[in-house]
Design a protein around this ligand. Sequence first.
Ligand SMILES: Nc1nc2c(c(=O)[nH]1)N[C@H]1C(S)=C(S)[C@@H](COP(=O)(O)O)O[C@H]1N2
Ligand SMILES: [Mo]
Length: 507
Amino acid sequence: MSSRPGLRRWPAALLGVLALVTALAAGHLVAGFVGVNASPYLAVGNGAIDLTPVQLKDFAVRTFGTYDKLVLLSGMAVVMVLVAAVAGLLSRRTPVPGLVVVTGFGLVGLVAVYARPDLGAVALLAPVASLVAGVATFAFLHRLARRDAAPDASRRTVLLAGAGVVVGAGVAGLGGQLLAGSRDAAASREAVGRLVPARTAPMIPADADFAKLGTPSFVTPNAGFYRVDTALTVPQVRTEDWSLRLHGMVDREIRYRYGDIRNRPLVERTITMTCVSNEVGGTYVSTANFVGVDLADLLEEAGVRPGAEQLYSSSVDGWTSGSPVAAARDRARGAMLAIGMNGEPLPIEHGFPARLVIPGLYGYVSATKWVTDLEVTTWRARQAYWLKRGWAQEAPIKTESRIDTPKGFETVPAGKVRVAGIAWAQHTGVAKVEVRMDGGPWREAMLSHEVNLNTWRMWWLEFDAAPGGHQVVCRATDKSGYTQTEMRAGTVPDGATGWHSIAFTTR
Ligand SMILES: Nc1nc2c(c(=O)[nH]1)N[C@H]1C(S)=C(S)[C@@H](COP(=O)(O)O)O[C@H]1N2
Ligand SMILES: [Mo]
């Protein structure tokens, strides 16, 4: 036992937090060199995303939307700071409890980085740096603090050391951030320039949407296009570093460089994408003019062998997807390896330099972003990311419709009330949309000009509404004759069903 007095509470807790911050900053700095996702904090976050049960993930996406990842990172930060503070508190006499906790944190970071499918062995340098920096900082500051806690000692040394540690951690963390940023893909994307398709998509006629009557615009601007992925940090891939390997059950394995794709005659197609996590009435549906090459061409060049069932695609970040080979090869469907979106190179968050887009299938089985590997295989041989987590193997987009105007619980003037929205039945086509107010008869809505079978259609109609509360419901019928079922189904395992209804008030 030491005869010297123990540390006071606050300094002790602060010691733990300082060691934590230093550890994270050191890891972040090294990650600046070896790849931003090696940063232990991000690796633990990414690991947590992959391990989260599907119901909880669905809840997070529903509740926090695009902020789900911010919520996760903030939650992690709070928990870590609390644990570090408690570790400090337990170390008022001996540094051992603090050292054990800091080491524990370090090991969690190490395991998380090791387990990432997208990180190689050198990435382990980042969590190792964290571990060493955390342990060293804690031991060092603890020693100084114990010395300064003696009745006759000044507290200056430990204060100075603490300030030094804070500054050092700040510089390291910032340095890591700058290093990671300097190698990002923005400049590479700028350098691509305008993509001019050899075959442009047919002009979208003015009556393809009823934007003035309260529907979305037909083409979604890139900035407004929904975004869904598991990536905590958007993968930064430069065209010069990108390649696509096409292999598996093929006659010839092929590797495409960016120029090999960019310099082909490019096609442009207008396609409406939908996420399987879209709730009835949800916003995970958008339309763009995608520019790229026919996936069928690439598959033909490689020569697909008989018995192939699945096109198993992988992203640089380790995310995987399985699409039916038949859908990928079907020229009538028009599956693409896309490199452009609405006249620009793909935005980085939408998959730059290249992604898949297979019309008519939910995004998780058709739309791999930052795609670098295509393996032609069977369903049994490979299980993709979401399949392993309880979602369906095959997931064609379900026929659905949504009311956009009025907004739910909106108050509008009594009299003629305009109801407007969207409907989609990709690759089948929307035949009609019916709307009903207050349990009255179904009335057929006016449909917008059909752009192609793979896109949404807009609709509107007017009701006479007396002052008071009202409810409207819509349902679409597709060109196969199928009318949307009223039966409510959740998003898991293969997409939500049910009629969208909203309540509004007239005055
Ligand atoms: N690499 C990668 N690609 C991905 C995903 C992902 O998590 N990682 N999510 C998929 C899902 S679930 C959907 S709905 C679409 C969404 O594409 P967007 O973000 O461009 O709208 O991307 C798909 N491609
Ligand atoms: Mo999705």
